[in-house]
Design a protein around this ligand. Structure first.
Ligand code: ATP
Length: 410
């Protein structure tokens, strides 16, 4: 079985995403809006699965993480203190003039300067400004982290490459607070965890590369940054970033807001401003990488096919249940029963009786469903079903009683 991706991979991904309801162009019927995309049902499911897995691994499974969901609109002073009003800009090609990438808006009816606000260009600041709230209500011991998943907006001068460079996207970020002397240790820890995460979502390790960002290229707040790059078809580009933000943000906000952001170590009675390690993940860039690595063309049973080799953990649909034939009431009844029981245990299960069985397999392959369950006449006799594997096309007989545990285990 020869598997490959073929030519024009980006075009194929964009077209599959639209055809099968993963991702659509934003405002499509009005000619679109550059740098915006809408996720359809399968895209939503894929995104939710990745988000939930990330939250589980980086927040729920740990004892040192605190979730935050801050407002997207923030007082403009946040962005002045963080350095974004002054420095978050890119040069415009023709004139060399600096263009600030933040979307500006006005809060309330007033058009005055005092009512200016921005759509946040990163989720990070929503965590820094809540540092004291978390410390006051939870009294966490250092090191500890705040985590947030949410939208970020950047008025990119040239949005491009599908989900890679967009104007509205989602970030999953952690601000991990440590003592200054420990920063290297935790930087290394997160470096490893970020690499583990790429495997968790099924990215090919050969496509991931670490780039030590040079002094000249680092953001104004960072003393060390590693970019995790991915081999996109349009080049090796940043997928995630890991930055050592020092105490820059807490110090800037403490000074600008006249709030005491120092941390009191209960044991040593020492008071100091913690330093911060920031792993930052872009969800949309990740979805594009996942789609690119999952996309496979091969030949099965002498026929060409396309399938998405999603890790079962993130596949939008975990299993599809089919009656072998549509016009046999006893098969339909049994298939419905199997489907409903399965759905009680595994939410992402679908039922399909449309078209011949081969077509139904191909449809599920193309959206990356790891397993198909077929109910046939033998099922009525012995309570077994056919379980088909997406990648190999191999089929085996499985007892209905064992189906849930088999599918949950993947
Ligand atoms: P780039 O250099 O590609 O513009 P960046 O260094 O400005 O990216 P960061 O500020 O480090 O990006 O943002 C953290 C993460 O947010 C990135 O690693 C990426 O995954 C995601 N991200 C940033 N900008 C965009 C964008 N325009 N579209 C989609 N994702 C983005």
């Amino acid at each position: 079985m020869k598997s490959e991706k073929g030519e024009n991979l980006m075009e194929k991904i964009v077209s599959l995403c639209k055809r099968r309801g993963f991702v659509f162009q934003g405002s499509e019927i009005y000619g679109g809006l550059a740098g915006t995309y809408d996720y359809g049902p399968l895209g939503v499911s894929l995104k939710n699965n990745i988000r939930n897995l990330w939250w589980k691994i980086f927040v729920l499974d740990r004892d040192d993480m605190y979730g935050v969901d801050a407002a997207i609109l923030m007082n403009q002073d946040v962005w002045k203190a963080s350095g974004h009003v002054k420095g978050f800009s890119d040069p415009i090609a023709e004139t060399g003039k600096q263009f600030n990438l933040m979307f500006q808006t006005h809060v309330g009816a007033s058009e005055e300067e005092s009512a200016v606000s921005y759509l946040r260009p990163e989720t990070a600041q929503g965590m820094f400004v809540n540092f004291k709230n978390i410390v006051d209500s939870f009294h966490p011991k250092l090191p500890f982290g705040l985590a947030q998943i949410g939208k970020a907006f950047r008025n990119e001068i040239a949005p491009r490459d599908f989900l890679f460079r967009v104007r509205e996207f989602e970030q999953m970020e952690i601000e991990y607070f440590v003592q200054e002397k420990d920063w290297q240790k935790y930087f290394e820890e997160f470096r490893k965890k970020m690499l583990d995460w790429t495997k968790e979502i099924g990215l090919d390790p050969k496509h991931i590369h670490e780039l030590e960002v040079s002094d000249a290229d680092r953001a104004h707040y960072s003393k060390r940054t590693i970019d995790f790059e991915f081999d996109y078809p349009f080049g090796r580009k940043e997928l995630y970033g890991l930055a050592y933000r020092t105490d820059f943000d807490l110090k800037s906000h403490a000074e600008a807001s006249q709030t005491d952001f120092s941390y009191l170590d209960e044991e040593t009675k020492e008071k100091f401003t913690p330093h911060c390690i920031e792993p930052s993940f872009g969800l949309d860039r990740m979805i594009l990488a996942v789609l690119l690595d999952a996309y496979t063309e091969d030949e099965l049973g002498g026929e060409k096919r396309t399938y998405l080799k999603f890790s079962p953990k993130i596949a939008p649909i975990k299993a599809a249940v089919f009656p072998l034939l549509k016009n046999k009431p006893e098969l339909i009844k049994k298939a419905q029963e199997v489907y409903k029981n399965l759905k009680k245990e595994i939410a992402d299960v679908v039922y399909d009786d449309n078209g011949n069985i081969g077509k139904r397999y191909r449809r599920q392959d193309e959206i990356g469903t790891p397993h198909c369950v077929t109910i046939d006449f033998d099922t009525l006799e012995d309570n077994t079903v056919t379980l088909r594997d997406r990648d190999t096309g191999k089929q085996e007989r499985v007892k209905i009683d064992e189906l849930t545990s088999r599918l949950k285990g993947v």
